[in-house]
Design a protein around this ligand. Structure first.
Ligand SMILES: NC(=O)c1ccc[n+]([C@@H]2O[C@H](COP(=O)([O-])OP(=O)(O)OC[C@H]3O[C@@H](n4cnc5c(N)ncnc54)[C@H](OP(=O)(O)O)[C@@H]3O)[C@@H](O)[C@H]2O)c1
Length: 281
């Protein structure tokens, strides 16, 4: 009997990509969707949801831009209702630590009657190499509205491993995995470790939230993303998430990946290689 594909919402997203690659390597049939796929899936256009979801029974779901935004709870409520209608039975939801809005969305899923998992993650290490901080690293200066607060950044390869385990192993169903890396670091400490790995200086400069938001405004970031950045740096990043958690170990029976191993992988990938930039400068 042909098994139905596993739906991945966020095909090109940092974790979605990795979850799909792992599932395919294990021989699962997958259907990765986002706004640029066919069928498309757009969180802002619910008419796209049904065609993308029909014929699937389990899903890995990443919300965009973040479950912390005020409309996320209702969107997840609508999504879960449709999931039940189309015959989806199991949903694994990526969430963020310490975000009240995200916790409300998690509760909607956990009380839905669907089988569920929540992977509630700390800040991604890959924000430094695949996200909004890569430019700062390449320019040699990371300017952020953050001081002495520490964060146990997580390697998203670990998130993908946990999500795949949740999809593949029925005994893990109906559980929340709060996942983080093993070591809590300030952004300044991350910059110092990155400097050592890349071999060029990466300075950390603390700026005010107003300066940070103004710079993002000048880059043309839309209003809702400015709201989100403000929320993440002023509300969520207040020390509430500073303790490392054991979710990776609980799901996988092995420790979470350290920042040093993440650095080794990024160096091997060439993502922070500035030689091309310097030659054309
Ligand atoms: N970054 C972190 O540190 C962190 C920590 C904890 C949790 N999270 C969670 O991780 C999730 C993804 O975060 P991320 O910043 O890492 O994102 P990301 O990987 O940068 O994902 C962006 C992807 O989302 C797709 N997308 C954009 N708008 C969409 C829409 N309206 N509908 C459907 N797909 C859309 C885009 O693909 P297309 O252009 O093809 O649509 C794009 O490839 C969020 O739910 C966030 O809360 C992030």
């Amino acid at each position: 009997m042909k098994t139905s594909p596993i739906l991945i919402i966020g095909k090109n997203a940092k974790t979605g990509l990795r979850v799909e690659q792992r599932l395919q390597a294990l021989g699962y049939n997958t259907r990765g969707v986002s706004r640029s796929t066919s069928p498309a899936f757009d969180w802002e256009d619910p008419t796209t949801w049904r065609p993308a979801m029909e014929g699937t029974e389990s899903a890995y779901v990443t919300f965009y831009p973040d479950l912390a935004i005020p409309t996320a709870e209702q969107t997840i409520r609508d999504f879960v209702a449709l999931a039940k209608e189309v015959g989806l039975r199991h949903v694994v939801l990526l969430s963020g630590r310490g975000e009240q809005g995200a916790e409300r969305a998690e509760t909607v899923l956990a009380n839905s009657g669907l089988e569920w998992n929540v992977v509630r993650a700390s800040w991604f290490m890959q924000n430094f190499s695949e996200g909004f901080m890569i430019e700062g690293i390449l320019n040699g200066e990371l300017m952020l509205p953050a001081g002495d607060i520490v964060e146990p950044f997580i390697d998203i390869d670990d998130i993908a491993d946990v999500a795949v385990a949740a999809l593949a192993r029925p005994e893990l169903r109906n559980r929340l995995f709060e996942v983080s890396g093993p070591r809590a670091l300030t952004f300044a400490q991350c910059a110092a470790e990155i400097s050592e790995a890349v071999g060029y200086p990466v300075k950390f400069t603390r700026i005010s939230i107003e300066e940070f938001l103004q710079a993002l405004r000048e880059e043309g970031l839309p209003k809702e993303m400015l709201w989100l950045m403000n929320e993440l740096f002023t509300v969520v990043f207040d020390g509430r998430n500073s303790k490392p958690t054991s979710g990776v170990e609980e799901a996988l029976g092995r420790p979470a990946t350290d920042f040093s191993e993440y650095l080794r992988k990024v160096m091997a990938s060439g993502a922070w290689d500035r030689s091309g930039l310097l030659q054309t400068a």
